[in-house]
Design a protein around this ligand. Structure first.
Ligand code: PGA
Length: 250
């Protein structure tokens, strides 16, 4: 059985001082969660999030990582820096990075490798745009993005990863994928992993759904056979809302 994982993606929201207060208010609300709970915060908020979450079941994630160990890469942050700061997870290849910052399937793969080798668990995002879906490319695209992102990983390593199926048209739009569409997307990803890495990797890898997931639709999505959690943007910014998503089973 795969343990569910609900991760908040704050994107470019909240300051370091807001972070401490937020995590403090979240702690009691999610302390009995049955799933893994993660908050992926802006790089400058990591220290506050790690400090405030100490001794709780809340894990801290980052939103990006560079693939080099160190060097002349102004503005970038390495896996070793994140690890040393107390980070456990890192989002890689979010569609906003692909759309606005030139992230490609190849750099997503490099970043995922660097994260994993640096002792972090990458949350690798894949997903089709509205246009790709309308043209009937969803399956081909998801398979390609998934397998390219996993280049150089062994089956044993893939088993430990987290992947997020995030249809681009559902992100920040309020347009959630239906339970069936979300489950189907996750299944395409799992089947692609099964074909390339075998049963153990496919049955162990955790695959989240992301895209306008919130307290009112989380139950239906989490009841689907293939969906192992959620990557939550907008609804992760208020402790009350995020805790309702985390405690979806109640
Ligand atoms: P959303 O964002 O929940 O606001 O749609 C999800 C994401 O971008 O990870």
């Amino acid at each position: 059985m795969r343990k569910a994982i609900i991760a908040g993606n704050w994107k470019m929201n909240k300051t370091p001082s807001e972070t401490g207060a937020f995590v403090e208010s979240l702690k009691p609300l999610v302390k009995d969660a049955k799933c893994d709970v993660v908050v992926c915060v802006p790089a400058v908020c990591i220290a506050e999030a790690v400090k405030a979450s100490e001794g709780s079941n809340i894990k801290v994630g980052a939103q990006n990582v560079h693939f080099a160990a160190s060097g002349a890469y102004t503005g970038e942050v390495s896996a070793a820096m994140l690890k040393d700061a107390g980070v456990e997870y890192v989002i890689v290849g979010h569609s906003e990075r692909r759309q606005y910052f030139g992230e490609t399937d190849e750099t997503v793969n490099l970043r995922a490798r660097a994260a994993f080798e640096g002792g972090l668990t990458p949350i690798i995002c894949v997903g089709e745009t509205k246009e790709q879906r309308e043209k009937g490319y969803t399956e081909t695209l998801l398979k390609y993005q998934t397998i390219t992102a996993l280049t150089g990983f062994s089956a044993e390593e893939v088993a430990k990863l987290v992947i997020a199926y995030e249809p681009v048209w559902a992100i920040g739009t309020g347009l959630t994928a239906s339970d069936e569409q979300a489950n189907e997307g996750v299944k395409i990803i799992r089947d692609a992993i099964r074909a390339s890495f075998g049963d153990n990797a496919a049955d162990s890898v955790r695959i989240q759904y992301g895209g306008s997931m919130n307290p009112s639709n989380v139950k239906g999505l989490m009841a689907q056979s293939e969906i192992d959690g959620g990557l939550i943007g907008g609804a992760s910014l208020k402790a009350e809302d995020f805790s309702k998503v985390v405690n979806y089973g109640e």
